[in-house]
Design a protein around this ligand. Structure first.
Ligand code: ZN
Length: 288
């Protein structure tokens, strides 16, 4: 009898230990999956790109003051806002001359990607700047609690504009922000503008008011925080990525690569961080 009792006690203790350790394990896993794992993969993406880009100021990017929460606070708890923002970095490291319809049921065909501009002084290709600002903007918005979807995080991925628009549509995005830098024959042209859709079809008619409202707020934030000329909203009926969109969509031109002064700034890591911060502040203001 005594042996049986001892065995019963041992069995009970054993079961308690197993169930306790199971609980402990579950509790440990949950917060890590939510925050830390995704942060690690984001950092990896960014550092890989910095090391392969080889342009100005690359070493300063991870140290800039746009990432204090990551270094000072080891486990930031970000409350989800429940809004999806799609960030669309313009262009790729190659052009894509395939054709696509400029709008649904349109016979006008346009090339998918002409390749973008390059800095008149630095020769930095536009896609590198677009991606660097976009990745920093993604991190800042995630820290504010937004769900951020990137149309791409790899410079070698060349997307068509219908594909880009469909990512925003599928995500039912509160806003799609397309990131670009401008270029002009006039090398003194400077400042930022915000391209917005025109009401050319049912889809664009439904999104122009919200696109204009967000575009105006975000452009104001960008130009006042960074300190550059506000060139205003530029409505376009010929943008494939706008004409296929069913969700608010805007395209920011963050300054002129054809202007030597703005070109040098756009290649500077601190300036890129400033652009990302100003855009994030503008988005938060527009979508609050
Ligand atoms: Zn562009």
């Amino acid at each position: 009898m005594r042996k049986l009792k001892i065995m019963a006690v041992l069995l009970t203790v054993g079961i308690m230990c197993i169930s306790l350790s199971a609980c402990t394990k579950t509790n440990k896993i949950e917060p890590v999956v939510g925050t830390e794992l995704s942060k690690t993969s984001e950092n990896k993406t960014q550092s890989t790109q910095n090391s392969s880009n080889g342009d100005l100021g690359q070493a300063a990017i991870p140290k800039t003051d746009n990432t204090p929460s990551r270094t000072n606070t080891p486990t930031p708890i970000v409350k989800s806002i429940g809004k999806v923002i799609v960030i669309d970095p313009g262009h790729a490291n190659r052009s894509n001359l395939e054709l696509e319809a400029n709008a649904p049921s349109s016979s006008v065909m346009k090339i998918k990607d002409g390749g973008g501009a390059a800095g008149i002084a630095t020769k930095t290709p536009e896609y590198l700047i677009n991606m660097k600002v976009s990745l920093q903007l993604r991190d800042l918005l995630q820290n504010k609690g937004y769900t951020v979807v990137m149309t791409k995080t790899d410079n070698s991925v060349s997307l068509g504009n219908i594909q880009r628009a469909e990512i925003g549509n599928n995500e039912k995005a509160a806003l799609v922000l397309r990131i670009h830098a401008d270029s002009s024959e006039n090398t003194t042209a400077s400042g930022a503008s915000m391209l917005v859709p025109l009401p050319i079809n049912e889809g664009t008619r439904a999104i122009i008011d919200e696109s204009n409202r967000c575009g105006r707020i975000i452009l104001k934030s960008l130009t006042s925080e960074v300190g550059m000329k506000n060139r205003g909203l530029a409505p376009h009926s010929d943008m494939t990525g706008f004409n296929w969109s069913k969700v608010p969509v805007i395209l920011v031109e963050m300054g002129f690569l054809s202007n030597p002064d703005e070109d040098r700034k756009l290649s500077d890591a601190n300036y890129q961080a400033k652009l990302a911060r100003a855009l994030a502040d503008g988005i938060a203001e527009a979508l609050k």
